[in-house]
Design a protein around this ligand. Structure first.
Ligand code: FES
Length: 376
């Protein structure tokens, strides 16, 4: 264990730990914009400057490894003045239209402008990259808000492995871009949206969020993503009971902060008017069971084409549905033997549910005819 002192507080760390991570873990706040605990440090924003005793000048703490006996000051007057200048420079080419910005309330740059009481830049204001891309169904890219922290590039490379975007150009007009600025759909982007999640400003925003409410109006609900058996933690932001967007949470036990495209963007079925919310049985069976007087009407087109005709189904309770299914299943097994039935389960169930299902088929029904749709 390494022992060091940060702002007069003695803290312990492991060899190889970075000073910024150690400070944050110990409740010592060091401003930062380009740092993410799961990404390699890039040192691009310079906000995390600290003064190490004996060092000739301030150094960035996100990429500095701890050394035994280090004495670090994170808030000298000179360092705070440098950080203020850095934020001032950031806002010299970043619109300060926070009142109408969809990132208002969850913007790291806004937080730092507030921290250093910067209402407007003291430099000449000029937008360096006023480019707006609306080229996919999931998120928009509005680069006038980009601060070139590179977190999106790093998450795409280090976590996702897609390498769909990178820095392009030089100097003031450099920008984050796909190769040759092709639309995202023509790039290697897999639309996981992890870049959107860790973008510190409004440069990357989920389309579903735009104009749908302020951050502080939204209720947060955590759950386990239902798309597969991995069990990723997903947090939904809701307004008036409707999902506005989904995101990972930093403490997600399985997935950390990151999600796949399905978990992040594939939730609109939740409020779809086509969603089935109760068990339905076909009218011919309902007629046979005396649950309806209406006769079955043969559909004119295949049920696989277009929307199913719900008029040919009637709703029943879960108890009735389970009862009918069990009776029918038992009838088939009695008449034709257990191998006359097959059980097909879903990748959207948990591992435990799938285990129980195969157990039911093998030990309950008595057949090994059990399979799984592992193609979600
Ligand atoms: Fe260290 Fe950006 S957080 S340089």
């Amino acid at each position: 264990m390494i022992k060091l002192t940060i702002d007069g507080k003695t803290v312990h760390a492991n060899p190889g730990d970075h000073v910024l991570d150690v400070a944050l873990e110990n409740g010592i706040d060091i401003p930062h914009l380009c740092h993410h605990k799961d990404l390699f440090p890039s040192g691009s924003c310079r906000m995390c400057l600290v003064q190490v005793e004996g060092a000739p000048r301030p150094q960035t703490s996100c990429g500095m490894t701890v050394q035994d006996g280090m004495v670090i000051d994170t808030k000298t007057g000179a360092i705070e003045a440098m950080r203020r200048d850095i934020v001032d420079l950031f806002v010299s080419d970043h619109p300060l239209n926070c009142v109408i910005c969809d990132k208002n309330g969850s913007c790291d740059l806004q937080d730092n402008a507030y921290r250093y009481n910067i209402q407007e830049t003291s430099f000449d204001f000029e937008l360096s990259r006023p480019k707006y891309y609306d080229d996919n169904p999931f998120y928009v890219r509005d680069y006038q808000y980009c601060i070139m922290c590179g977190k999106c590039v790093r998450v795409c490379d280090e976590i996702v492995g897609a390498n769909a975007i990178d820095f392009s150009g030089r100097g003031f007009t450099s920008i984050i871009s796909t190769p040759f600025e092709v639309p995202l759909a023509e790039s290697d982007c897999v639309f996981c949206g992890n870049c959107v999640q860790i973008c510190p400003t409004a440069a990357l925003l989920p389309r579903s969020k735009i104009g749908k409410g302020r951050e502080w109006e939204m209720e947060r609900r955590q759950t386990i993503c239902g798309y597969c058996g991995v069990g990723c933690t997903v947090e939904y932001a809701l307004k008036d009971g409707k999902i506005i967007y989904a995101q990972g949470t930093p403490d997600g036990a399985v997935n950390g902060e990151f999600l796949c495209v399905k978990g992040r963007f594939g939730w609109d079925f939740n409020s779809s008017p086509d969603r089935l919310t109760e068990p339905l049985i076909r009218k011919d069976l309902a007629y046979e069971l005396g649950l309806t007087d209406e006769p079955w009407e043969m559909p004119k087109t295949s049920a696989l084409k277009g929307k199913p005709k719900l008029g040919n189904f009637i709703p029943v309770s879960w108890e009735q549905a389970i009862d009918i299914t069990a009776t029918k299943l038992a009838g088939i097994v009695q008449k034709h033997g257990p191998d006359a039935v097959v059980g097909l389960t879903s990748a959207r169930c948990t591992n435990e549910e799938n285990y129980l299902f195969q157990k039911f088929m093998r030990a309950g029904v008595g057949t090994n005819n059990v399979d799984h749709c592992a193609r979600l």
